[in-house]
Ligand binder design. Structure first.
Ligand code: ADP
Ligand code: MG
Length: 317
């Protein structure tokens, strides 16, 4: 069966319903996960401890099917603990490959900033190349291959911030905040039970079909101009030291297609781009040291850009 955008909203609702069994929070957060799934791109979930980052990531992987592995990042985790290694088989004195946990369709890299840069980069290289090299042998990773990583933004002892060049490998950074008061109140009532079963909704072949359908969506010239103007404005923003890369521009277009797809449309609207600019671009910008001291973030620069760059085309406003 060929997948079309007309199939997407019902699937989206099933996944939202499944995730709502264990997680309470804004629907936009779930839509961002779905957007990354088909765009496709990897996701960084950021938030303080106890806001259910791990719970949400695990629940999402349950809906996806396929092989799932969780890697708990710790200060003593080694690159080979992620990718794998050749080990000596005592019986026949031969080296055999022990594949690491990265060989899965969905990998949860939990608390990724607790491991040193060298270990983080083992995962980040896998994300970029969809393959790993172990002692000179290059091995492909499964398809689809999706990484969900979590991190705590607070400066703490023993935390290694992801280098900027590597943060760029994540299509989206999703910020998980505190629940609203009514949500938190409802959480106390609803989630005071053992975590319920989260049903599987998709499978690997289905995910590939969704990705192909999303990739074939139409993007008008005006939308492409809008994306380029926005990315370019981040590079000249006075409080930004490093603006968004061409990779970010491509990521924004792919993500906008994915969002249109989940809405059941076969074309992208400026609102798709607006809704995603913060999550796609914000984490890739490096602000000037003075701006940083003022508490001005990459997200703030994206907000300025959204206000300053008009969309020119049908339905302009
Ligand atoms: N928004 C929420 N919805 C449902 N449960 C929540 C929510 N926020 C926190 N919890 C509960 O709080 C606990 C902490 O979740 P966890 O996923 O370990 O957080 P984190 O990974 O962000 O530190 C879990 O038992 C989770 O069910
Ligand atoms: Mg956690």
């Amino acid at each position: 069966m060929t997948v079309t955008p007309a199939h997407a909203p019902a699937l989206r609702k099933r996944i939202h319903d499944a995730l709502s069994r264990v997680w309470i929070g804004p629907a936009e957060t779930l839509d961002l996960l779905l957007t990354a799934l088909v765009a496709p791109g990897h996701v960084l979930l950021e938030g303080v401890p106890g806001v259910a980052k791990t719970t949400l990531a695990r629940a999402f992987t349950s809906t996806l099917g396929g092989d799932f592995r969780r890697i708990q990042f710790t200060p003593d985790l080694l690159p080979a603990d992620i990718t794998g290694a050749y080990i000596l088989n005592q019986r026949d004195q031969a080296f055999v490959l022990r594949r690491g946990p990265v060989f899965a369709h969905v990998v949860l890299g939990d608390e990724i900033n607790r491991a040193p840069a060298k270990t983080q980069s083992a995962l980040l290289e896998a994300m970029q190349e969809q393959q790993v090299t172990i002692e000179g042998d290059t091995l492909p990773l499964p398809d689809p291959f999706l990484v969900l990583a979590t991190q705590n933004p607070l400066e703490q002892e023993g935390v290694y911030p992801l280098p900027e060049a590597q943060v760029d490998r994540f299509l989206l950074k999703i910020e998980i905040g505190y629940p609203t008061t009514p949500d938190e109140r409802r959480m106390l009532e609803t989630y005071d039970q053992p975590v319920p079963h989260v049903p599987q909704v998709l499978d690997p072949a289905g995910i590939l079909a969704l990705r192909a359908a999303s990739a074939s969506l139409h993007v008008s010239g005006e939308i492409k101009d809008y994306i380029v103007a926005m990315v370019s404005a981040t590079r000249t923003h006075p409080r930004v030291r490093l603006g968004a890369s061409p990779r970010a521009a491509l990521g924004l277009m792919r993500a906008a297609k994915a969002m249109a797809f989940w809405s059941g449309r076969d074309f992208v609207l400026p609102d798709d781009v607006r809704a995603l600019a913060g999550a796609v671009l914000g984490h890739r910008l490096i602000v000037t040291p003075e701006a940083e001291l003022d508490g001005f973030s990459g997200r703030d620069a994206v907000d300025d850009t959204l206000r300053g760059v008009p969309f020119r085309g049908p339905g302009s406003r």
